[in-house]
Design a protein around this ligand. Structure first.
Ligand code: SF4
Length: 453
């Protein structure tokens, strides 16, 4: 069973835990409000943000529409620069390819930088089963690895941890306490990770984008760990979700800008690295071997369907920071990999997760925040329709929607149903207890006539 499979059916139970945990609520509220505020400010400063979003949407749609061609172009260009490409149809093939590369390199220590696709394919477990030590070097991922937990946000994986939590985890590594202050924590983590960068046999990274015309891999990080992981070890392995390819460097310039301003509100992430093959003769640094493992794992079957737009996602996290459900229910409720609105759409497309399309109020805030204009709330509605059509939805829900559709298909049925609803309104609080619990939400009264306000 994959991690994505385990996401199925757990949303309500996990979200309930987060809702009663004041610690998680406080950390989530503060971090998502900060990230959301940064994005809004950066979008305002951008000038014509709508034009930039349109260019991003067009670049991503073009790449997805012609994906097989662009993947072939990428492979040809990357191979011509001395790299090796491996194609993996599913998670098992991806794991096998990467384990084999590490085994051939005689790897004992593997340094990783942040990569959601390696979470998706359970890479760490596979390497550890072969006796290799795997160390996450992104600060958030390192903290979660120490805590034995999974990422809860695609940009800020440890978003639910406070400085006090982090001080406790880092202090336990070497038995030396550390102050819960930003600079002290960073210095401590840097000291602990430095030796890993210097002695790792293989470095593994994900990729924010790949460029077909040049055969380049693009990494965006704020800590510089991506550069160290890709440059210092003798072998570098890139794990690339097949949809992350872009046609041209011009498209990369657009998407790079959108990623920075939408994810964290930065004009650019601190380190934007473009890697085109391994070290060449006469060059002083870079790996001797560079491999790219292109992972399908269900993505190919989304192309050509009405969900194809989801493959345009650039993993900026903006939709998470505005989603009222994510901000209250937390990231763990969506399963261990992709969370928030993008996860609620993507995970059910890759695995069975009937709970997730319901993890939305359909307010549309996610769609408004998405830099590449993915209509997330509409895709969630489509997924709910599929659940009803496939008889996956509970029978009561199916019956309700069937009656509703029947009643509202004629003016007589519409009038009759609204009259009955108004007559039964005094009983509504009995059925809506979960909604009104806590006193923060009520049930508005049905009006006799529609009134334009
Ligand atoms: S769906 Fe849009 S907003 Fe959400 S992570 Fe992807 S690109 Fe960003």
């Amino acid at each position: 069973m994959t991690k994505l499979d385990r996401a199925a059916g757990s949303f309500r139970a996990q979200a309930q835990l987060a809702l009663v945990d004041a610690h998680t609520q406080g950390a989530l509220d503060a971090a998502t409000a900060r990230l959301r505020g940064n994005r809004i400010r950066a979008w305002e400063e951008q000038g014509d943000i709508e034009a930039l979003r349109e260019r991003g949407r067009e670049a991503r749609s073009r790449a997805i529409r012609d994906l097989p061609r662009y993947l072939d172009d990428f492979e040809r260009a990357f191979t011509a620069r001395g790299g090796r490409v491996h194609r993996a149809a599913d998670d098992a093939e991806a794991r096998a390819a990467i384990v084999e590369i590490c085994r051939s390199a005689g790897a004992k220590l593997v340094a990783k930088s942040k990569s959601m696709v390696t979470e998706e394919i359970h890479l760490n477990e596979a390497l550890e089963a072969e006796g290799m030590k795997v160390v996450e070097t992104d600060l958030g991922e390192y903290i979660l690895q120490l805590a034995g937990e999974h990422p809860v946000h695609i940009v800020a994986p440890a978003i639910e941890k406070t400085a006090e939590d982090i001080a406790e985890l880092l202090g336990a590594v070497d038995g030396e306490p550390v102050e819960p202050q930003l600079e002290a924590l960073t210095l401590k983590a840097r000291k602990q990770l430095r030796e890993v960068f210097l002695t790792a046999d293989v470095g593994i990274t994900g990729a924010n984008f790949a460029i077909a015309e040049t055969g380049s891999i693009c990494l965006s990080t704020n800590e510089g760990n991506g550069r160290l992981v890709s440059a210092l070890p003798r072998v570098h392995v890139v794990v690339l979700g097949m949809e992350r390819v872009l046609a041209t460097t011009r498209d990369y310039a657009v998407c790079l800008q959108l990623l920075g301003i939408s994810g964290t509100g930065q004009r650019l992430t601190t380190y934007s690295t473009v890697l085109t093959g391994p070290r060449r003769e006469g060059e002083e640094d870079g790996p001797e071997e560079m491999h790219v493992v292109i992972v399908d794992n269900g993505r190919g079957q989304i192309r050509g369907t009405r969900y194809e737009e989801m493959l345009s996602c650039i993993r900026c996290g903006a939709c998470l920071n505005v989603c009222p459900i994510y901000r209250k229910g937390g990231g763990a409720a969506y399963g261990p990999v992709y969370s928030g609105p993008m996860g609620a759409v993507l995970v059910p497309l890759l695995a069975k997760a009937p709970d997730l399309p319901h993890a939305s109020s359909l307010c549309g805030a996610c769609t408004e925040a998405c830099p590449v204009k993915i209509p997330l709330h509409e895709l969630l509605l489509e997924l709910r329709r599929d659940l009803v059509a496939d008889r996956e939805a509970p029978w009561l829900e199916r019956l309700g929607f069937t009656l509703w559709s029947f009643a509202w298909s004629s003016s007589f049925g519409y009038r009759l149903s609204t009259t009955l609803a108004r007559a039964g309104q005094p009983l509504a609080p009995l059925f809506a207890r979960p909604w009104t619990r806590g006193g923060q939400r009520g049930i508005p009264r049905l009006q006799k006539r529609y009134r334009d306000r």
